[in-house]
Write a protein that binds this ligand. Structure first.
Ligand code: NAD
Length: 497
């Protein structure tokens, strides 16, 4: 396990942490929870407290939605010419890019994410903001309708105040995926970050004020899911809601929104498959899938967690993977030598270990043991990568573990591989690996999910829609032209001639 020295904290990061208890940002002001209640956010790599954060209650959340609603109606944000609104969002992207090292270090500390990976997430936020700021200037919001005896057209208008609830695995990146299209379209937003990772959202709202985004356009309301998250999803004044997280909580959020007839988008979990045919480059594919399952310690919704391998190459592929996984450096997230950091908290640590136990109790073969890992000098939530194999009816093959655990099964025919891929309640992302590109396209199109990738896993390009179906999501998805249109309501205007 990696033991070299961790990088120093930037002075700005130290100052941010020492400036606690951290407040939410509402209407451009730093705001305490009215009750004075706080919660603690900790470093998963050391187990130490990072900061106290004000814990917003229902009344605080309702006040923030009122502020976002007023900002939509009164600040002129929604009426700004598109090029001016986009220019402000570009300024925000520039400011985030300038502060990338600090934001990435805060994110790394809070989420347990390897620092270089956190820098990639911050850059992704910047790219997303620029993508939607530019896109909004190049799409037509007005369409003339050719209807006999009528002058008619449709026009797209922003909705108003939109609520966002985010998980802890990609806190900053996902904020970008969520709010960039909503803001570019002229809406205002209320962001509820996960209680494990609230810091980067607060930092962002401070930057938004500095660059001149009008007060009340971007609000951040830290708090517990069952209190602040529940209050946000039950607020009838919201015009749209977006939730990213587990299917269990997604269902609660959708129920609340349904009662108020607030349109809701859900981006949920997954149990993706990678299908490996017998004509692949085995070492290269092993390297890529090992990287995928260890990336952010396997806490990735779209990860390939079921590896379906043609029987001819199964043994060789397993050997290649086991050799590589044994060499993965588990270590503190701010240590340059670390390749895989901790999981986010004690609950997640127990969850990963319990699936290893339950899976084997149900008869899974253990190809690589995994289990808890120790990192010298750090009392954090570390685990080793693990490989299980066997029947796809096994609990470890069916349920989302959210850790560095892959489940393997051999197949013989293409039809069998497709059937095995689709035998899940989830429907987020799968990949197919083969040098036969006709077969690749055929299998990719037969996979029942929102996304199919060819000879790669975890592929995100701005402009390609990313969404889940079934237990993995509903209501639209992210990252594409369609996402921008999701944040405009359509109004038809007609005059009889
Ligand atoms: P989670 O559902 O426990 O929490 C997500 C958010 O919901 C947090 O902000 C939490 O505070 C809030 N919340 C909790 N209870 C709530 C309630 N009763 N009402 C309203 N909000 C509440 O999920 P998590 O453990 O933070 O994240 C992991 C899950 O997120 C995994 O299932 C993962 O696959 C999924 N995920 C999906 C995507 C995607 O794009 N499809 C991306 C990242 C993560």
């Amino acid at each position: 396990m990696s033991t070299t020295t961790a990088s120093e904290l930037y002075p700005e990061v130290k100052a941010f942490l020492e400036g606690g208890p951290l407040k939410g940002i509402v209407g451009g002001n730093e705001v305490e929870a009215n009750s004075g209640e706080t919660f603690v956010t900790s470093d998963p790599g050391s187990g130490k407290q990072l900061a106290e954060v004000f814990s917003f209650q229902a009344a605080d959340i309702d006040m923030a939605v009122d502020v976002a609603d007023a900002a939509f109606r009164k600040t002129g944000w929604a009426q700004l010419p598109q090029n001016e609104r986009s220019a402000l969002l570009h300024r925000l992207a520039d400011a985030v890019e300038k502060h990338k090292p600090m934001i990435a270090q805060l994110e790394s500390l809070d989420a347990g994410k390897i620092e270089a990976q956190a820098q990639g997430d911050v850059q992704n936020f910047v790219d997303t903001m620029r993508y939607f700021a530019d896109l909004a200037q190049h799409v037509q919001r007005r369409s003339v309708l050719a209807v006999p005896n009528h002058e008619a057209w449709t026009v797209r208008q922003p909705y108003g105040a939109c609520g966002f609830i985010f998980p802890w695995n990609f806190p900053f990146l996902l904020i970008g995926w969520g709010i960039a299209p909503a803001l570019a379209a002229g809406n205002t937003v209320v962001i509820k970050p996960a209680e494990d990772t609230p810091m980067s959202a607060i930092y962002l709202a401070r930057l938004a004020k500095e660059v001149g985004i009008p007060d009340g356009v971007i609000n951040v309301v830290p708090g517990l899911g069952s209190v602040a998250g529940a209050a946000l999803s039950a607020n009838p004044k919201l015009k749209r809601m977006s939730f990213t997280g587990s299917p269990e909580v997604g269902r609660l959020v959708a129920e609340s929104c349904g009662r108020n007839l607030v349109p809701v988008k859900l981006e949920l979990g997954g149990k993706g498959a990678a299908v490996l045919f017998n004509d692949i480059d085995i070492p290269d594919t092993a390297e890529k899938l090992v990287n995928a399952i260890t990336f952010h310690t396997g806490q990735v919704c779209c990860d390939a967690t079921r590896w379906l391998v043609h029987k001819d190459i199964y043994d060789e592929f397993v050997n290649e993977c086991v050799g590589r996984l044994k060499k993965v450096q588990v270590g503190y997230q701010l240590n340059d030598a670390s390749q895989m950091g901790p999981v986010v908290n004690e609950k997640q640590h127990k969850r990963v270990l319990s699936y290893l136990e339950k899976g084997q109790a149900e008869g899974a073969e253990c190809l690589l043991e995994g289990g808890a890992a120790k990192v010298e000098g750090y009392n954090g939530y570390y685990v080793k990568p693990a490989l299980l194999a066997g029947s796809l009816d096994n609990v470890a093959a069916r349920e989302e573990i959210f850790g560095p655990v892959a489940y393997l099964a051999p197949f013989e025919t293409e039809a069998q591989a497709i059937e095995m891929t689709n035998a899940t309640d989830y429907g987020l992302a799968n990949s197919v690996w083969t040098s036969d590109l006709s077969r690749a396209a055929r299998v990719a199109e037969a996979m029942c999910a929102g996304n199919s990738w060819i000879n790669a896993h975890n592929v995100f390009a701005h402009g390609v829609p990313y969404a889940g179906i079934n237990k993995s999501g509903m209501g639209g998805g992210v990252l594409s032209v369609e996402t921008l249109f999701d944040y405009w309501r359509s109004l038809s205007v007609v005059r009889p001639l």
